[in-house]
Structure formats: structure tokens, C-alpha cells
Design a protein around this ligand. Structure first.
Ligand SMILES: NC(=O)c1ccc[n+]([C@@H]2O[C@H](COP(=O)([O-])OP(=O)(O)OC[C@H]3O[C@@H](n4cnc5c(N)ncnc54)[C@H](OP(=O)(O)O)[C@@H]3O)[C@@H](O)[C@H]2O)c1
Length: 325
């Protein structure tokens, strides 16, 4: 089978595509024929050895696949050969087949096309956990989303709207902000403008925002924290800008706000039932057409480097997906 391989850590251009033997399912494992693989920011980090998971070399990146069960190992009862599934594999998905623990695999109704199925769970699972469980977002509150046109960001925009909040989307270009408006943002702020914090203040009539959803970090974090309302919740989701911000601790004191960490993968492992309930709710909204992944680019396996570079070069809006023939 064909696989995109990381044989040495580095930037996307160091990846190679090779033919390797098909995997075999061991006990409690399955092999999935991959039809599509969502591309997520952590894929750009794992190949540089900068992510919390550090698979042994060589490995294929790709943490989120949709496909069909090819082989089922001993002791697997909830899956059968031929089932349409999604799987949160961590890595291994940029390939024609992936071997994974059966516990990471979920059957999905065949009503979803593979591209939608492969780009849905990671970003919506993260953003729903962030807004519902960590921020305890209430109807009528205001949410400022940083990196709002990105994968988790655009999911946060849509979910905050479904949950009855007012959304201020912040991104770096007018084209990206137009996508945020298309997906329901009530107001937009270009955070490349020096006065963007002032714009947030005007939009909230001086009150500030109740929730900040920060998947970007870097130099955007402190102005966002300074834009918070009393009793606000600042969600620490990611650091796409590269730098992990160092926050003066007097700010949460003065604002009476909470800085709240979000780690969806760990939540899904530690609180399986809560995560399953969240996912059921999300699939319901997807089927009702209330939320959907926005796919801005799709590539074949051979162009996996380009797909990852789209994220690193800030070219993507919503989701990028690899499609496997
Ligand atoms: N905590 C969790 O459980 C969890 C789960 C999933 C993802 N994450 C993290 O969330 C972050 C976003 O992931 P994603 O998959 O949504 O990524 P993405 O689709 O690439 O979106 C990231 C956004 O960040 C902004 N950005 C600002 N500076 C950037 C830079 N130097 N390079 C790239 N992007 C930059 C970009 O928008 P502008 O150009 O508009 O600034 C971009 O839209 C990542 O750090 C990821 O690791 C965390």
C-alpha cells in the first residue's frame, strides 16, 4: 500500500511517499481502508517532533480518517468488515490503510460523504468541549474567536452561534473574515489592524467579551485577555502562531476572569461517556444542517506536503483534506 512517510523529523517537504506492506490487525485492533484523512495543525507539529505524541520513525502523519473496515482483530465486537467508520488514530492516516486500536474507531451512518466524515470530529469535538464543558457558555454571552477562519476556529464560530451566543470573529485577512461571516459570525475584526482591541471594545459597548476562544496564542493573546468582561473565561486551545504567550497574572485578577485549559484528546480518553454524549449532539446538529465542516482544499496523498504547508503558511480556511483513491 501507498503511504506518506516521515523518515526524519522536519518540515512537510521532507515527507516521502512509498509503497510499504499492508498492516495486519492484532488483538483489539482493526485495519481501515482510508478514503479521506482530515489535515489538522498537530500533523504539522508531529512531523517536526514538536507535538505531545512522539511516534517512532518512520511513521505516517494523519490523525483523523474516514474509511471502511478492511480487517478486524480478535476481541473486537463493535465493528465488522465493511463498516463505514471514522477513527481518531493520532497518526498513520496519510496512507491507503491504517492500523489502529478498535477503541479509537466509531461507526458512522453512510449518509455522510467521506470528506465530511474525515474533517468533522476533531475540530467540532474540540470546540464543543471548549465552549460547553470548559467555558460553560450561556445563551446571550459574547464569544471572541481568535483564528476564527481556521479548523477549530470556524467550528467554534458555528457552535457558539448554535448555542445562542454572539460571535466576534478575529482573523488576519478580509477574505478569511468573509468566510467567518458566511458561517454566522455577528461581527468581524481584522487582528492585523493595530487598533483591533479598540474595535472589540466598541463592539461590546465597553463591556468586553465573556469568552475568548484562543487557538492562536502569540502576540494576540494579551490584547484578547485585556478585552474580557468581568467573570469571563479565557480558553487556551492552541498556539498556531508558534509562541506560547506569557501572561501577566495581574490581568485575570483585575478582570475577575478565569484562564481555562482545553485538551480534547485527554478529555475523550478520561471522560469517554461525556465525550460520546457530545459527539452524539454534534452528529445530530450535522444531520440537521446546523453545522458543517468548510473544506477549502483537497489533495491526493502525493501532495500531503502541500496540504500541511497550506496550514503552516496560513493559506487554509476551515479544513484541508487528503482524498485517497
Ligand atoms: N487543545 C486541544 O484540544 C486542541 C485540539 C485541536 C487543535 N488544537 C490546536 O489548535 C490550534 C489550531 O489548530 P487548527 O487545526 O484549527 O489549525 P489551522 O486550521 O491551521 O488554524 C490556525 C489559525 O491560526 C492562525 N494563525 C496565526 N498565526 C499563525 C501562524 N504563524 N501559522 C499558522 N496559523 C496561524 C491562522 O489564521 P489567521 O491567518 O487568520 O491568523 C489559522 O487560521 C493548533 O495549535 C492546534 O494544535 C488544540
Amino acid at each position: 500500500m501507498k503511504a506518506v512517510l516521515c523518515k526524519q523529523h522536519g518540515l512537510p517537504d521532507t515527507l516521502v511517499v512509498e509503497d510499504i506492506p499492508s498492516p495486519k490487525a492484532g488483538a483489539k485492533q482493526v485495519v481501515i481502508t482510508v478514503k479521506a484523512c482530515g489535515v489538522n495543525f498537530p500533523d504539522t507539529l508531529i512531523i517536526q517532533n514538536k507535538y505531545q505524541f512522539k511516534p517512532e520513525l518512520p511513521f505516517s502523519p494523519g490523525g483523523e480518517v474516514a474509511g471502511i473496515i478492511k480487517e478486524v482483530g480478535e476481541g473486537v465486537s463493535h465493528l465488522n468488515v465493511g463498516d463505514t467508520v471514522i477513527a481518531m488514530t493520532g497518526w498513520g492516516g496519510f496512507a491507503e490503510e491504517v492500523l489502529t486500536d478498535a477503541s479509537r474507531v466509531f461507526p458512522v451512518p453512510p449518509v455522510f460523504d467521506f470528506k465530511t466524515a474525515a474533517t468533522f470530529a476533531y475540530v467540532f469535538g474540540t470546540s464543543y468541549h471548549a465552549l460547553k464543558d470548559r467555558a460553560q457558555l450561556k445563551e446571550g454571552e459574547t464569544v471572541l474567536v481568535l483564528g476564527a477562519s481556521g479548523g477549530v476556529g470556524l467550528a467554534a464560530v458555528q457552535l457558539a452561534k448554535v448555542m445562542g451566543a454572539k460571535v466576534i470573529a478575529a482573523a488576519s485577512t478580509e477574505a478569511k473574515l468573509a468566510v467567518c461571516s458566511q458561517y454566522g459570525a455577528d461581527a468581524i475584526v481584522n487582528y492585523s489592524d493595530d487598533n483591533w482591541r479598540e474595535q472589540v471594545k466598541v463592539l461590546t459597548e465597553g463591556k468586553g467579551v465573556d469568552v475568548v476562544y484562543d487557538a492562536v496564542g502569540g502576540h494576540y493573546a494579551e490584547p484578547a485577555l485585556r478585552s474580557m468582561a468581568w467573570n469571563g473565561r479565557y480558553l487556551v486551545v492552541g498556539f498556531a502562531a508558534g509562541d506560547i504567550p506569557k501572561i501577566p497574572l495581574n490581568l485575570p485578577l483585575l478582570k475577575g476572569c478565569a484562564v481555562v485549559g482545553v485538551f480534547w484528546g485527554e478529555f475523550a480518553t478520561r471522560q469517554k461517556k461525556d465525550n460520546q454524549a457530545n459527539m452524539m449532539q454534534l452528529f445530530g446538529w450535522l444531520m440537521q444542517g446546523k453545522i458543517k465542516p468548510h473544506i477549502s482544499a483537497e489533495y491526493p496523498l502525493e501532495q500531503a506536503s502541500q496540504a500541511l504547508n497550506d496550514l503552516l503558511e496560513r493559506k487554509a480556511t476551515g479544513k484541508v483534506v487528503l482524498v485517497v483513491d
